[in-house]
Design a protein around this ligand. Structure first.
Ligand SMILES: [Zn+2]
Ligand SMILES: [Zn+2]
Ligand SMILES: [Zn+2]
Length: 136
């Protein structure tokens, strides 16, 4: 199986029709080790126009291929979903107040909070703010 085939399958499994643009954007996403913003994606793919990248990122988010992170920096950030089963048992994020980088702490899952009757969790976001090891 070629790499291209497996990307197409991955997108299709998540209900995303694998168009040429989406495959390119997904490849760039999958290469990122940490969270990224629309600007970061634009820098990695200068040949692509911003609105096409943005639309692909939105679509991937809606289909649980990406997680959206609101880290308070004013830039919407995304990371690749690697959840094994339940999407809302997501990992913790850490935003450094000095460099503005948001780290994916993949081994640290969001603690489960007991909610009042009638409230159904779909997704949770957990962003911790502080200073990263590089800025210490
Ligand atoms: Zn996920
Ligand atoms: Zn830092
Ligand atoms: Zn993440």
């Amino acid at each position: 199986m070629t790499v291209m085939e497996s990307i197409e399958e991955h997108l299709e499994e998540h209900g995303v029709k694998p168009t040429a643009v989406r495959i390119l954007v997904w490849k760039a996403c999958a290469r990122k080790k940490e969270s990224f913003s629309l600007n970061d994606m634009e820098e990695s793919m200068p040949e692509m126009d911003r609105s096409s990248i943005f639309r692909a990122l939105r679509l991937f988010t809606d289909h649980h291929l990406l997680h959206e992170i609101n880290d308070g920096t004013g830039h919407q950030k995304y990371c690749v979903c690697r959840c094994e089963d339940s999407h809302h048992l997501n990992h913790v994020h850490f935003t450094c107040r000095k460099c503005g980088k948001t780290y994916c702490l993949e081994d640290y899952t969001i603690p489960i909070v007991e909610l009042p009757d009638g409230f159904a969790v779909q997704e949770a976001e957990y962003v911790i703010k502080g200073v990263c090891p590089k800025c210490k």
